[in-house]
Design a protein around this ligand. Structure first.
Ligand code: AOF
Ligand code: ZN
Length: 329
C-alpha cells in the first residue's frame, strides 16, 4: 500500500478525478505490475496495472488505494475487470465516497474474491483531501491566499501592490496555484490589477495545464482584460451567493479553489463561511496606510474576533507564510 500510495501521488492533483495507485502482487508477494491514474478520461489505476500484467494477473493480489469502481463512467468498471482477470484478492485503503462509482467491494465479494478494506485509509484520504471534501460537502475546498505587510495591508494608499512579498514566496505560491482547479478573484481585483491568473514557468511562459480562471461579481469584465486572454479558460460567476458559485465550480469537477481576493470578495466569502484555509504571505514590511487584505467582517468588538487555527509556518526568502484553517464550529 505504501507503494500504491507513492504511485497515486504521481497523478494530477488539479484533475477532477482522485489520485489512485494500484500494485499487483503474485502469490509469493512479488511485484507483477503497477498502475496509477493519470487524469480524467484515461484508464483507472487498476486498468493500467491489469493491462501491463495481462495473463499474469490471474491469482494475484491487487493492492489499490481506492475501492475499485463499479460504474461505467469515462472508462469501464474496474471491479468487473479485476474479476475477469482472475485476481484472487483485493486490498484497498479508502471506500469510494463517490456514490456514482461505489459498490465495487460488494461486486468483488459476490464474485468470490477476498476483499480487505481500510489499510492506510487515513493517509490515502489525506492525499485526496480536497476531492474528499467536495464529495462530503458539495463545495470545493477553498484556500484564500493573500500577500500582506505586517500591518495587514495588501496595497499602498495609491493602489500599487507589486510586489509586497519577494520572488521566493511568489514562486512557491505559483506552484500551489498550479495544483488547484480554479483561481478566483473579484471584479474589483480585475479592475485594479488586471491580473493574468495564469500559472507560469521560470521563463514567465504560461504552463500547459492551467487552472480555470474565475471572476466573481456582477460588473462586466472588459474584453481586453488579461484574465480573458487565450492562455486558459475563463468564467464569470455572479456575486452575492458564494455557495452557489462554489457549487457551480464543483459541478465542473473542481475540488480545490484558490481565492486570490481582493478584500471585498475575501470578506464576503469569509462571512459566508466558505473559506476553509488561509495562506497569509507576510512580508517584513509596513505601509501604515492602504487597503487591508480583507474588508469589513462586521466585527466591532474584541469578543467577536475571528480566530483561525495555525497549522504551519513556512519561511520563503525573507517572507513568512502562515498556513491557517478556519476552526470547525
Ligand atoms: C479514477 N481513477 O484509478 C479509480 C477511480 O469518470 P471516471 O469514469 O474516470 O470515474 C471516476 C471515478 O471512478 C472516481 O470519482 C472514483 O470514484 C472512481 N475510481 N477513479 O479517476 C482511478 N480507481
Ligand atoms: Zn475504476
Amino acid at each position: 500500500m505504501e507503494r500504491a500510495l507513492e504511485l497515486a501521488a504521481l497523478g494530477i492533483e488539479a484533475d477532477p478525478n482522485p489520485r489512485v495507485g494500484c500494485v499487483l502482487l503474485d502469490p509469493d508477494g512479488l511485484l507483477v505490475a503497477e498502475g496509477w491514474h493519470q487524469g480524467a478520461g484515461t484508464p483507472h489505476a487498476e486498468a493500467m496495472a491489469l493491462a501491463i500484467a495481462g495473463e499474469r494477473a490471474r491469482g494475484c493480489t491487487a493492492v489499490v488505494t481506492l475501492e475499485p469502481c463499479n460504474h461505467t463512467g469515462r472508462t469501464g468498471p474496474c471491479a468487473k475487470a479485476l474479476v475477469d482477470a482472475g485476481v484472487a484478492r483485493v486490498v484497498f485503503a479508502q471506500s469510494d465516497p463517490n456514490p456514482m462509482a461505489a459498490g465495487g467491494a460488494a461486486t468483488l465479494r459476490a464474485a468470490g474474491i477476498q476483499t480487505e478494506p481500510g489499510l492506510m485509509a487515513d493517509r490515502v484520504e489525506a492525499l485526496n483531501a480536497t476531492w474528499n471534501h467536495v464529495l462530503r460537502t458539495g463545495r470545493p475546498w477553498v484556500t484564500w491566499k493573500f500577500a500582506g505587510t505586517l500591518d495587514g495591508r495588501s496595497a499602498a494608499a495609491d493602489g500599487s501592490s507589486q510586489w509586497i512579498t519577494g520572488a521566493a514566496m511568489r514562486r512557491v505560491m505559483n506552484e500551489r496555484r498550479a495544483r488547484c482547479g480554479a483561481v478566483v478573484v473579484g471584479t474589483g481585483t480585475v479592475k485594479a490589477d488586471d491580473p493574468r491568473l495564469t500559472v507560469r514557468d521560470e521563463q514567465d511562459e504560461p504552463v500547459q495545464r492551467q487552472p480555470l480562471r474565475v471572476v466573481v461579481g456582477d460588473s462586466p469584465v472588459p474584453a481586453a482584460a488579461r484574465v480573458r486572454g487565450r492562455d486558459g479558460l475563463y468564467r464569470q460567476l455572479p456575486g452575492g451567493d458564494a455557495t452557489a458559485a462554489l457549487e457551480a465550480l464543483a459541478c465542473e469537477g473542481i475540488h480545490h479553489v484558490w481565492l486570490e481576493g481582493g478584500p471585498t470578495l475575501a470578506a464576503a466569502w469569509w462571512r459566508a463561511g466558505v473559506i476553509d484555509e488561509v495562506i497569509a504571505c507576510l512580508a517584513p514590511a509596513l505601509l501604515g496606510a492602504g487597503t487591508a487584505a480583507v474588508a469589513d467582517l462586521g466585527i466591532t468588538t474584541i469578543a467577536d474576533i475571528s480566530r483561525l487555527q495555525l497549522i504551519d509556518v513556512e519561511r520563503h526568502g525573507d517572507d513568512v507564510a502562515l498556513i491557517l484553517n478556519r476552526p470547525t464550529p
